[in-house]
Design a binder for this molecule. Structure first.
Ligand SMILES: [Fe+2]
Ligand SMILES: [Fe+2]
Length: 167
């Protein structure tokens, strides 16, 4: 595959990934089961994620491709997306938080690969856009990482308290 075609193909995967994450983030932002801090982070990153999808869509158009026939949440780069925000039980919120953190890093890896490929294909504008998106993903990952200890402590305290009332 020619380099430009490879870039187009990866951009299409990135588009599917962003659209899939929109659904996940919206669920988190709207759910009472999540910690307010996580809901707030999800709400803000949802806006950024929508913006990423629009940016990727514009890039695809500029390269003579489009987003038609892209199935959300599938593709080579998106196989690891887990469905989040399903029924809440026990430590589900913690697990979702870990998956969310992993997903941000997965996005970072995808865009770093894309940025490198775009640069070698002489597509500077694509590389620049990817680098810009990486900044947003890194900030979100950091936010989740910072929130994790407190949420874990809170969770452990709550499950201990409910075990005591049952005893
Ligand atoms: Fe993103
Ligand atoms: Fe993200």
């Amino acid at each position: 595959m020619k380099r430009k075609e490879e870039v187009i193909s990866w951009l299409r995967d990135a588009y599917a990934m962003e659209r899939g994450l929109e659904v996940t983030l919206k669920k988190q932002a709207d759910s009472d089961d999540y910690d307010p801090e996580i809901r707030q982070a999800a709400e803000e990153h949802l806006e950024e994620t929508r913006q990423h999808a629009r940016m990727v869509e514009r890039l695809l158009k500029s390269l003579g491709s489009n987003t038609s026939a892209i199935k959300t949440g599938v593709g080579m780069m998106t196989e690891t997306i887990k469905v989040l925000g399903t029924s809440m039980s026990h430590d589900e919120q913690i697990k979702d938080l870990l998956t969310g953190y992993a997903m941000e890093h997965f996005e970072i890896a995808c865009y770093r690969a894309l940025s490198t490929a775009a640069e070698t294909a002489g597509l500077e504008n694509v590389a620049d856009a990817c680098d810009q998106i990486i900044g947003d993903e890194e900030r979100m990952a950091e936010r989740l990482s910072d929130a994790l200890p407190e949420i874990v402590e809170k969770y452990l305290g709550e499950s201990e308290a409910s075990a005591n009332t049952r005893a």
